[in-house]
Design a protein around this ligand. Structure first.
Ligand code: MG
Length: 268
């Protein structure tokens, strides 16, 4: 019972108020403050599983699912037909093949922590949305660009609509800052994704939420999405379950970007 309500019920008589509070505590089985011990509020079980922290060289935590470690694309498929991913692995990097189109993970995820690193080539050309455009769809809900896109773009010195710059949730949320590095330098996204949930009859129960650190800087702070990200029109939700994570092969003429060190930790 709120303290104010108790005061009203006790009628403002101090003696009765003390009795009232004491009686309330007894009824709740609470330990009087004078008898409370530190260990009363210690929680010892369950013990979290062991996971090493990230080390200086950027190695994933030991409990992460590694989606790309420089060797192969075994965890990825082409979105168009589910065949082996048609992007290129060279020098330990995953390079976009625009002709092959978008790729997505074989596995499906719900809520997770995701880390990925990307690099726009130093030789990049083009302007606006046609300059190093890619993206990570935090849940791929269908073919093409269906899903929820965290934009990837050269935004170091490249004007475009700000809800479509690097670090934006495409056309929904402007990043809180622009920590973009120059083309040719590696950049990182660390994402905390909470998938939307839907009621049995398909209506939205809880919207998706996302927190993003871009090069270590908070750019999306528990943003609540209004639906899938769309190029034209307004966002809306379409019911879905666990979903792949998708990377975009954007259809423009600028030089393809590269990825490295991609891992995910599904969350309960
Ligand atoms: Mg994009």
């Amino acid at each position: 019972m709120p303290r104010a309500a108790r005061a009203v019920r006790c009628g403002g008589v101090a003696l009765f108020c003390i009795a009232c509070v004491a009686g309330h505590a007894a009824a709740q089985g609470a330990t009087p403050v004078s008898q409370a011990r530190p260990e009363d509020t210690e929680v010892w079980q369950p013990v979290p599983a062991t996971a090493s922290a990230r080390v200086a060289n950027g190695a994933p935590p030991t409990d992460a699912i590694v989606l790309f470690d420089g060797r192969d694309l075994a965890e990825w498929v082409n979105v168009s037909d589910g065949s082996a991913a048609g992007w290129t692995v060279q020098d330990g990097l995953m390079v976009v093949n625009k002709a092959a189109g978008n790729i997505e993970t074989r596995r499906r995820f719900r809520d997770y922590e995701l880390h990925l690193e990307w690099r726009v080539p130093a030789t990049i050309t083009g302007a606006g949305q046609a300059r190093g455009n890619s993206g990570v769809f935090l849940a791929s809900t269908g073919g093409g660009d269906r899903g929820y896109e965290l934009q990837i773009l050269d935004s170091h010195d490249n004007a475009t609509y700000v809800n479509g710059m690097a670090g934006s949730i495409y056309k929904q949320s402007i990043p809180l800052a622009n920590p973009s590095r120059e083309p040719g330098e590696w950049q990182s996204y660390d994402v905390r994704w909470t998938a939307p949930t839907f009621a049995a009859h398909g209506t939205l129960a809880k919207p998706a939420r996302v927190t993003v650190h871009f090069n270590g800087v908070l750019v999306q702070d528990d943003f609540e999405l209004r639906g899938e990200t769309v190029y034209i029109g307004e966002p809306r939700y379409v019911p879905h379950g666990d979903a792949p994570i998708k990377l975009q092969a954007h259809n423009d003429q600028s030089e393809p970007i590269a990825f490295r060190n991609i891992w995910v930790r599904p969350l309960p």
